[in-house]
Write a protein of this length. Structure first.
Length: 360
């Protein structure tokens, strides 16, 4: 049976999401709502949506709507998710799920009490490459993770009325961009034992850029985000037996490079084989190995693999497919992105924000 989507919010992200639903079996968009009648009707006309409302309550009460996709500004996600849940609708809420862990817990509790499906639309977590990454790290392809570095930074100049610099609308680089590196780290390493952070403050009192360090019993993660310049926008994961470099953009990656340094080491010692022994006999071998060692080591002791996982359009179809699958199966949560995981991510975001404010 087809699942009817109601789109709450008529911005750019909603436009990408609706476009992706064309690729999802048993998904159909039946209605859209925006704050103004002209915006709602224009969005519906452009994308061929049969019904539109200038009232969010009318959308969530529409019997043709089975699941509400919440894509309003982050500061309103909590309120609008609860509105849909109270109407008995399933919810697929854009990232960040809320602006605090307390808000995320209230939404999760409401969904569980009402018995309706609820999931954060953290699209990165559903993409083919990220799902592949999670499997590889979990099965120990690079041994045990020891360090993780991730960044997401774009120049976003201040403008009056911009949601990026409005704390009431969930502005700030951590909630808007940093949530991606945080979510990736939580997926691979879980909840940290300690959180340190520092920020520079921009207009509106929001964080314009931030550096976050997450400490684990045997690992460290360094995460950066900001509105002040263009960053690397990828990630690097080092393990005891190799490393993985995720190419930009971290929120929608299609390629990664895996270097294994432990699997090919000969049993019984650190001797690296014929190539290494020949290098040692060359004049100036010590200086040569010092200079070229970081580049030669992967070739001598391990192997490299480039992995690509392309997808059509923006990639929102994968989170939509999971929502449809869960709703049709009668599941109230996703195993890929359960509510407890969303709350855990928001706990880290809260801790980072608090640590950065204390450090100022």
């Amino acid at each position: 049976m087809p699942v009817g989507f109601g789109i709450l919010g008529a911005g750019a992200i909603s436009r990408h999401f609706v476009s992706a639903l064309d690729l999802v079996r048993d998904a159909q968009v039946v209605a859209v709502a925006s704050r103004t009648e002209s915006r709602a009707s224009a969005f519906a006309g452009e994308l061929g949506i049969p019904h539109w409302y200038a009232d969010y309550e009318r959308l969530v009460s529409d019997p043709r709507v089975n699941v509400v996709y919440v894509a309003t500004p982050a500061g309103l996600h909590h309120e609008h998710s609860l509105l849909a849940i109270e109407a008995g609708k399933a919810v697929l809420c854009e990232k960040p799920f809320a602006t605090s862990a307390a808000q995320a817990r209230r939404v999760a509790q409401a969904a569980r009490t009402r018995g309706v499906f609820c999931m954060e639309a953290m699209w990165m977590r559903f993409l083919p490459l990220v799902r592949d990454l999670a499997r590889r790290v979990s099965r120990g392809d690079i041994g045990s993770v020891r360090t993780l570095q991730a960044d997401l930074s774009f120049p976003i100049p201040f403008a009056e009325g911009s949601r990026y610099y409005d704390a009431r609308l969930g502005g700030g680089s951590l909630l808007d961009l940093g949530v991606y590196p945080v979510s990736l780290t939580s997926m691979l390493l879980g909840q940290p034992t300690d959180v340190l952070a520092a920020q520079t403050t921009g207009p509106g009192g929001v964080d314009a850029q931030m550096v976050v360090t997450l400490a684990y019993p045997e690992a460290l993660a360094t995460l950066t985000c900001g509105f002040t310049g263009t960053g690397r926008n990828g990630a690097y994961i080092m393990g005891t037996e190799g490393s993985i470099e995720i190419d930009a953009p971290i929120y929608a990656p299609t390629s990664m490079r895996i270097t294994r340094t432990g699997a090919a080491v000969p049993k019984g010692g650190g001797e690296q084989g014929g190539l290494s022994r020949r290098l040692e006999r060359l004049p100036g071998a010590i200086e040569l190995r010092r200079r070229l060692g970081p580049y030669l080591k992967p070739l001598v002791r391990g192997n490299r693999e480039r992995v690509t996982r392309h997808f059509r359009r923006y990639g929102y179809q994968f989170e939509a497919e999971e929502a449809v699958r869960c709703i049709q199966a009668g599941s109230t949560e996703s195993a890929i992105m359960p509510l407890d995981e969303t709350i855990a991510v928001m706990d880290i975001v809260d801790a980072a924000g608090n640590a950065a404010r204390r450090a100022r």
